[in-house]
Each structure stands twice: as structure tokens, then as C-alpha cells.
Unconditional design. Sequence first.
Length: 355
Amino acid sequence: LFESFQVNSYRGFYSVKFAPWFCTLKESLVGGDVVVLDKNIAELYPVIAELNNPIILISPSEAAKTYGSIGETMEEVMSLGFSKNNKLIAVGGGITQDITAFAASVIMRGVSWHFYPTNLLSQCDSCIGSKTSVNLGKYKNQLGGFYPPDMVCIDTSFCKTLQPRDFASGLGEMMHYFLIDGSMSLEDLEGMIDEVGKNSATLDELIWKSLHIKKKMVELDEFDQGPRNIFNYGHTFGHALEATTDFQVAHGIAVAYGMDLANFLSVEFGFLQKEVRNGANGIFRKIWSDTVLPEIDNKVYMDALVRDKKSIKGFIQPILTRGIGQMFQAKLRLNSRLMNAINKYFEQRLYEKKI
Ligand SMILES: NC(=O)c1ccc[n+]([C@@H]2O[C@H](COP(=O)([O-])OP(=O)(O)OC[C@H]3O[C@@H](n4cnc5c(N)ncnc54)[C@H](O)[C@@H]3O)[C@@H](O)[C@H]2O)c1
Ligand SMILES: [Zn+2]
């Protein structure tokens, strides 16, 4: 198993451990602590019912992480006699994390929380970085702040029960860190995709690497005021795809399409060589191989892009690239050249093709 490490944050250091989840959890609980649990994990891992502490079940969906629903969850926490000295423990994916982190940040002006990420996306990415993002009605991720956990425990054996879609989603997010970092070649990354499903040691190692790339950046720019924006690679276009498909496409898979579109536009605008785009495209295709992308209505897609947090009047500001490890923030005018290029990408299904 991999060694634990520390992440520095405005609330002090917190540790990220690679350890067996159930005994770690059992040993850490004191009377009054409340477990916030993904209901799918409750079904797949019934051993958790052996704990003596109260458990609040979450049905993971974007609706569960709206401000209204979280209000109900927090009332439930309070009704259990929760006190300032207790902690919340999130066991689940990114949704369970966001709900718990947000609640922990505001209950009694902030209480301690621990996180046991149970899917690949939350293990390789969201478990560190301090962000708490919840939905305000239909406004996705528009409420929240920065509130890191006091401890993260990663047990990759959880990944054995993941649906292929959720596994692929984690791979997409991981790939985004590796491409930004640029220390592995496209050949190595492609080999890694083939290997990762077969070998759990590879999985531990890749999660560790991915978290270390993120750790360096969040320690530098925890509040996302500049350099950390580079992690938006694939996300401007990916978020718009999630919105356009009513969240049918899982986050990390949408990010894979988003990176491919960013690369495609980088070629169109003369920043990137075709060969690099095509090489990366081969990797992305493995990630979305089980996904059937519905027809994309270009107008709906463009509207979603314009609503992106980073967009300014008349421009979008996605991360584009000059090569692996050479991403940069661009400012693209919303003109017919850009719209036609994006339209062509989806209409001609260029994501399935070499260019
Ligand atoms: N705060 C952050 O930094 C941050 C970062 C990235 C994403 N997010 C948020 O996270 C959400 C997406 O995360 P997600 O994809 O983890 O969503 P999720 O929590 O809904 O998990 C996806 C699916 O995986 C299932 N699952 C989890 N562990 C499992 C296991 N071991 N076996 C079988 N199934 C399992 C869940 O039940 C769920 O159906 C979005 O709302 C996004 O905004 C937050
Ligand atoms: Zn992401």
C-alpha cells in the first residue's frame, strides 16, 4: 500500500491515507459522530450497518446536493444530538462529499469532517482541494466555499464494484491531470489505460500520482485565484456537455470529450499539431468506448458554454494546449469561426475520427 501524505490548507495539514476503509472508520468514530452514506454503498457493503453510530443515507443525484435537500440533511444531523465536538463522515462519491463538506462548513460555524471516497473520481481528484460546491435549484455548483476535510482514507478495493461508466469517469479525470502534468508520454498513458482495470497496484499508483499533481497546485493556489485554473482543461467544454445532455454523460467522461474538443480547437486555431491531438484522441476513445453520445444541439451547447463561470461578454476562456504539459488559458471570441468549428466537431462526430 502507498504511504499516506499530508496536504497543506488554510485549516492546517490534513492527511490522506491509503488504508482499509472499514477498520479505519470503526476506530475513528466516537459517540455522536454521524456517517453520511451513499445508499448504493450501504447496499453493496452491508458490513457498514455494524457501526454503532447514526447513518444518514443519500441517494446520489444532482437533486440531492441542492441547497434545499442539504437543509433537510442538516436538520437530520442536528436531530441526532450532534455537537460541536463531533464530526461528520462522508462515505461515497463526489455528491456525498459535496453534501457533507458543505454541511460541515456551516453547521455550528464549522465542524470536523472525514472523507472515505468510494469511486475512482473522488479518489483520484475531488477528495483533496477544499472545494464545496452545491446546487441552488437548477444553478449547478453555484453555492459553496473552501472547506477541506480533516482526514481522507482511500481504499481502492471499493473500485471493484463500480459500474464501467463510473470507472471510465474516474479514468477521464485522472487523464486530465496526467496530460496537464506532462511527465508521461501518450504511449505510456495509453498503456496505462489498458493495464489499469486488470491490476489494483497500478490503480493505487495512478491515484497517488494524480493526487500529487493536484496537491502541488492546491497548495499553491487553494482559493483558485490564478494558477489552479489550468485544471479547467476539458472542463469548460465538458460542463457544457453535461448540461446539454441533462447529466447523462458522467463527469469524467464529459471531461474526456471536453479535452478532445479543446485539443481539436487548439489544432483549428494553429496552436497544436494534429498528430498530438490524434494520439490523445486514441486514449480518450478508450475512455468513452461504452458511451453513446446523444445528438448535440449546437445552439443549446453554445448557450451552456456562454453560461460558464469563466466566460465574459463575447468571449469564452477555455484552457487550450500547445502540447502535452503545455496548457494555457485562451480567450476565444464567440464568432462564427468558433461556432462553426464546434458545430462541425459534434455534427460530423469528429471525436470518433482522426483529423
Ligand atoms: N468538490 C469538488 O472538488 C468536486 C470535484 C469534482 C466533482 N465534484 C462533484 O461531484 C459530483 C460527481 O461525482 P461522482 O461522479 O463521484 O458522483 P456520485 O457521488 O453520484 O457517484 C457516481 C456513482 O458512483 C456510485 N458509486 C460510488 N462508489 C461506488 C462503489 N464503490 N461501487 C459502486 N458504485 C459506486 C454512486 O452510488 C453513484 O451512483 C458532481 O456533483 C460534481 O460537481 C465535486
Ligand atoms: Zn472534474
